[in-house]
Design a protein around this ligand. Sequence first.
Ligand SMILES: Cc1cc2nc3c(=O)[nH]c(=O)nc-3n(C[C@H](O)[C@H](O)[C@H](O)COP(=O)(O)OP(=O)(O)OC[C@H]3O[C@@H](n4cnc5c(N)ncnc54)[C@H](O)[C@@H]3O)c2cc1C
Length: 394
Amino acid sequence: MLGGGGDRTIVIVGAGIAGLTTALALARHGISSTIFERAETLNEVGAGLQIPPNALRVLTRLGLTERLRPYAVSAISVTLRAGKSGRKLAAVPVGSGLDAPYFSMHRADLQSVLLDAVRVESLIHLESDRELVALTASSRGVDAEFVSANGERAHSAADLVVAADGVNSRVASLNVLSPATFAGAIAWRARVTGKVALDFNARSGGITAWLGPARHAVAYPIRFGNETNLVLVEKAGAEHAAGGETVPRGFSNWDAVLRRLIDEAGAFTPWPLLTAPAERPWVMADRRTVLIGDAAHAILPYAAQGAAMAIEDGFVLARTIYDDPDINAALGLFEAQRRERVARVAARARFHRFVYHLPPPLSLGRDLVMAAMPPSRLQKSLAWLYDWDLADSA
Ligand SMILES: Cc1cc2nc3c(=O)[nH]c(=O)nc-3n(C[C@H](O)[C@H](O)[C@H](O)COP(=O)(O)OP(=O)(O)OC[C@H]3O[C@@H](n4cnc5c(N)ncnc54)[C@H](O)[C@@H]3O)c2cc1C
């Protein structure tokens, strides 16, 4: 068996982007794992997703980028526009060389490519309809208890538990960590189909964001350019987080191009934005359980990097487990390698929120600065983010 991970029993909780990537990355090192997922069927979930070059570089190493390509559209830049007039403020280059383009696609398409790869991998065992309900320290490491929809219970003894169970992580709550909190904004998500989507995708040439006080909108092609994904983000009070509203407010006098997309969109799904506390530990007190992806550090979606961080996490964790036979040491190394980068990305997302939502007259200053900045400088300012490679974390 390769490396140090081969004889350990690794349990991954959650078959989202973080869990599936981790299992595939472990298998690449010859390490087996079992994924337990609470959903009975793993199919179409969510809306669109931008996959930035830093994440695609990882997916390329896992042999997946060419499998994603038939579903994706490559973006060259993100076009920033004034919300009301639609005036172009800047085009921010987002590619990172030939090996790593910037994709936009449907989340379900990414998920299904990951799942297909998992299902043919003999080192990965996937059990659905298994909700983690308890974790107990055992002589071996950790005993994980799962329950199925019909109430049936199952146990798994693990040397290592990887909690990839999302922003409302059960593993975090079982370890009595403070829960994720409402971040004061709601993202409304919808898909546009038909001629309006085809026309918009053909003209936009990538990703478009409209900026305005306390709100912004993002639109980009998915399903190989046949549909448009639309996300409208608005500041909102805690009373709105519980739901109840069915349409986004406040975009009625915005750019006609955006309004057309909104008018043509199917139903909007409200998505209250949550963040995990920055001080949340990732390695639990048992030194056998580690949080990754949104369970560890759900960051705001303003930089479109949450799934990308989950993908990077999975790849780095697999390598540290492979490199170090001592689980405790490997988990410590993982956290040390990832914390600074994730914190920097989270800060960048907060910066985007600040800049995107500036009210006048501050927004006028923002617009002037953006217009004066050459695209090459904008690209250089994002090199730390998009040019990341696994070697950078060593
Ligand atoms: C509006 C919006 C737009 C976004 N856009 C982007 C973008 O463009 N690009 C980007 O990179 N990121 C984006 N993100 C962030 C991205 O969606 C998340 O960061 C990413 O999905 C996190 O993946 P994950 O695997 O950690 O968690 P999840 O996707 O939440 O997966 C968790 C899995 O664990 C399972 N699970 C949960 N509890 C249990 C349990 N007790 N037992 C067993 N299984 C369990 C769940 O069923 C699920 O399958 C966006 C987020 C939002 C809200």
